[in-house]
Design a protein around this ligand. Sequence first.
Ligand code: ARG
Length: 269
Amino acid sequence: MKKLSLLSFLLVFSMLLAACGTNDQNNGSDEGASEEKKTLRVVTDAAYAPFEYMDGDKIVGFDVDFVNAVAKEAGYEVEIVHVGWEPVFVELEDKIADFAVSAITINDERKESYDFSHAYFLSTNKILVPEGSDIKSAADLKDKKVAVQNGTTGQEAIESVLGQNNPNIKKFENTVLAIMELKGGGADAVVADNTVVEEYAKNNPDDKFVVVEDADAFAAEYYGLMFPKDSELTAEINEAINAIYENGTYAEIYKEWFGSEPDLEDLKA
Ligand code: ARG
């Protein structure tokens, strides 16, 4: 009887030891793995809610959650840094940043100087105007003062209607400043990505702005992560994007921010 209990005690004791041993090993290898992870420098212009914006001293938004999920999938740590819109392009050209996330539209002109990931968001330019405005289409913007963020597809969109170098196009360093110009009466409209102007109008009812759509004048666009030309990271990040499309993580993040299901088939096409 005594012998048996001593035996079972030893058995349990040795099992415990073994368990501790395995635990130690696990902790050890976890630490090893995180030490190997490289921290990527990801640059953005955090004045573009709901994609990237400052909440106190924190950068938050759909793009931030998307990049964090992609990086986790690919086995990288990321540091997302607010540098401003034009510096985003400079950092990639100078290969200072590893990549950029900034609701950046994939287009042929940019593809000449940068590489892009797979598309991750469908967008189009729309027109933000005061309630009661007589602007009902892009053509109505003729002879109106239009505020845009400098160097965006919003600028290109309005130039296609008003012509390049039209003095009625007022260009600003970021979209918040363009909207402030509209608010202050220095512009009759803002042209920017639909989600951004729609969110602004919804979240700032006191400003009494409405959004005008003109799908004939302004084409559909897709956002991508932007890389220095020939970056080796692009393929790895693309694989991670595909993975979070497949495993439901992308849809979860999308639903959190936009309250609906993403059209994954369209993005993958
Ligand atoms: N999608 C537009 C473009 O690529 C505007 C992006 C502006 N992004 C920002 N974070 N300010 O030109």
